[in-house]
Design a protein. Sequence first.
Length: 382
Amino acid sequence: MTLPTPISAKLGSIISAISIVGIGLALMIPLLSIALDRYGASGFTIGLHTAVQALAAILTAFMIPRLLTLFGPRHLLTISILILAATVLGFTVLTSSLAWLVLRFILGGCLTSLFIVSEYWISAIAEDRRRGFIMGVYATFLSLGFAIGPAILSLLGSEGNVPYYVGAALFLLGLLPILASSDRAPIHAHNASGSGLLTIFRRSPAAVSAAFFFGAIESSGFSFLPLWGERIGLSPAMAALLLTCGGLGNVVCQIPIGLLADRLNRPMLMLVCAGIGAIGTLIAPALAGSVTLLFFGIFCWGGVVGGIYTVGLANLSKTFDGPDLAAANSAFILNYAAGMLIGPPVTGLLFQTIGANGFIYAISSMAGIYALIIGGHVLRRA
């Protein structure tokens, strides 16, 4: 007879897998942007490539509840990772812009599957009284992966095929915790229809809109923060480390923010994170004269802005359970993907027309708009 796997072991397997995948993702996204920039692509084109990945995420999000029922979480994660690794290797073989768009589409679909399934799995087994803390742990390890990825890129460099081989290897490494776990996740999924997603948004607008704006901010940051760093005079290696600083800020801040989410009003906490994100972004150019101050500022900014996602996910998991939870997670990631679809092209257009600080204005505006939306929600509930 097989003994049931303790909850802590279940969470450890899922979080370990998604953290390793996060390393590969954080290596690949800036790598692809830098490669496109080297090939002479405009800022708008770079943003468009990221948006294609987001479009795939939106389409995939509608399919995940049905795929969960068909394959089960463990098998769906395994299939997604295998396709993901093969897709990364495809970037070393196919060189046309159209082929890269197709590969980015596949990349987006697989990543969406990974994040929806892993977050659903975690939400389904987490206790409500500790959900903010658990989501903070999840976000911390994921952020650690996001910090390590750019650091690996700065060591490997962005030329040649080696970074792509390392990215594929990291994705495959993420399979090991999943394959090592024999425990099955609960399956309470139903199809996420358009009307169902609208109902989910109405029941938890603060959480779902958090995913949209964080998706826009994070994807724009991954795509353009290293390019902004190069434009203000940093070397490519140092510019890539800006992402590492933001990721490390996430690592440090998400567990404390998660603990606060278990004790404080969650929408108010998201408002504070968004407000600091909007103001902090505008301060960044003033810190550019000192690498130390700039890195510290990005560290703090990354940690606080990451709280929008952590608290939003905890708030979502408190609102939904059972059959609604998989659909709610799909809606959350769908809105995150919609943010990815809109954010990078807008940021790229401003980056191209205004200059390097177009990136700053775009990110600050995204955080500021969300602060206004969540502020209105808080006032209506007061």
